[in-house]
Design a binder for this molecule. Structure first.
Ligand SMILES: NC(=O)c1ccc[n+]([C@@H]2O[C@H](COP(=O)([O-])OP(=O)(O)OC[C@H]3O[C@@H](n4cnc5c(N)ncnc54)[C@H](OP(=O)(O)O)[C@@H]3O)[C@@H](O)[C@H]2O)c1
Length: 339
């Protein structure tokens, strides 16, 4: 337990101990999910730390490096209290929000880590993830270079995002992996078939991203399509558009029923469900919900103390199989199809 009462969990057999809920920092200073207020984002970071959140998640791709730069002063002020997680491999071409350029080659990784260290203004990155798999580069080679970064003191622990179970096994043969970061929520449960069992077997933690379904599971959208602003990335997400969005809104009903029974919000039930997967599957699970608002970080961390009954878990069970629309507009840039 941290002082504030949030439990802690170890990131795999070899990783650091962190608050059982981390913070996704992606949209803090650029308008990926609507406009951000930097002052409020900074207050959110401080409030999260007070509440026992220690794992902070960013990537070099977020705002083309600007997200890492934005976080640097917060990390500097609290260097010994925070676990900094960032990622390499993925670039978003300007003006093409759904396309991705993915690179895992040694030269690129070496260039990327220097860029992140500089923007974050730190000597070492606590947890360095491969953001996406470049299928043209053997994963053993990629992880081999990442392991060299550990030996050189530039990185402490390694993570992989959106990998398959086989890729995780191959990677673990080269160097211990602390965490797999993949989408996992009441709407996205694909990883339970193979990735989660492999992680449990190998002593690797799961860090679920988009645990609130990119906000959809909070019930914040009366009309998920028209409620999104012009530059909002979710306008390109199949689950937020047209008939899919309307159908998906009806899937929130059982979450609402469980929320009423607990006097909780829908988002808290969605997060409690993800947190409880640690017990269901027997491995450490540290979700990283993203928010830019201090009151929401209070609400989200409070969900770590909610325990759902077997009946409630059963009522929530059918939701994922009914979700309309893929996780991404272009599934080639995820692990889908390779699983
Ligand atoms: N590895 C990957 O490929 C990958 C992909 C996507 C994301 N990520 C990481 O995962 C983190 C979280 O994922 P995500 O941001 O995509 O999705 P998410 O955490 O499921 O949802 C974030 C959205 O929910 C809203 N929200 C948060 N708490 C809320 C609350 N209590 N009530 C109502 N709305 C609430 C946020 O709005 P406000 O900010 O306005 O509160 C934001 O729009 C990211 O920040 C990023 O670090 C990784």
């Amino acid at each position: 337990m941290t002082d504030s009462g949030i439990p802690t969990a170890r990131l795999g057999d070899t990783g650091p101990e962190v608050g059982v809920q981390g913070l996704g920092c992606m949209g803090m200073n650029f308008a990926v999910y609507g406009p951000s207020d930097e002052k409020e984002s900074r207050a959110t970071l401080e409030r999260a730390l007070e509440l026992g959140v220690t794992l902070y998640d960013t990537a070099d791709a977020y705002g083309d490096g600007e997200n890492e730069r934005f976080l640097a002063p917060f990390f500097k002020a609290h260097r010994d209290e925070v676990v900094i997680a960032t990622k390499f491999a993925l670039m978003i071409p300007p003006g093409e929000p759904t396309r991705r350029i993915i690179r895992n080659d040694p030269q690129y990784i070496r260039q990327a880590v220097e860029g992140s260290l500089k923007r974050l203004d730190v000597d070492v990155i606590d947890l360095y993830y491969m953001h996406r798999r470049d299928v043209n580069v053997p994963i053993e080679q990629t992880v081999g270079v990442m392991a060299e970064l550990v030996r050189e003191g530039k990185v402490k622990h390694l993570g992989l995002s959106e990998v398959t179970a086989d890729e995780l096994r191959a990677a673990q043969g080269v160097h211990p992996i602390a965490a797999v970061q993949s989408e996992w929520s009441l709407f996205s449960r694909d990883i339970e078939a193979r990735v989660v069992p492999a992680a449990r077997e190998l002593g690797v933690a799961l860090v679920p991203y988009s645990p609130l379904g990119r906000g959809f599971l909070t019930g914040s959208f009366a009309n998920a399509e028209t409620d999104l602003g012009a530059g909002d990335f979710r306008r390109h997400q199949p689950r937020f558009t047209g008939e899919n969005a309307a159908a998906n809104l009806t899937l929130l009903d059982p979450i609402r029923t469980v929320a009423e029974a607990h006097g909780a919000s829908l988002g808290q039930i969605a997060l409690a469900w993800v947190q409880q997967q640690a017990t269901v599957h027997g491995l450490p699970v540290v979700p990283i919900p993203g928010t830019r608002k201090p009151t929401r970080v209070e609400e989200n961390t409070a969900a770590a103390r909610i325990v759902l009954t077997e009946e409630e878990l059963a009522a929530l069970e059918p939701i994922a199989s009914k979700v309309a629309g893929d996780r991404y507009a272009d599934m080639r840039f995820s692990s889908a199809g390779r699983e």
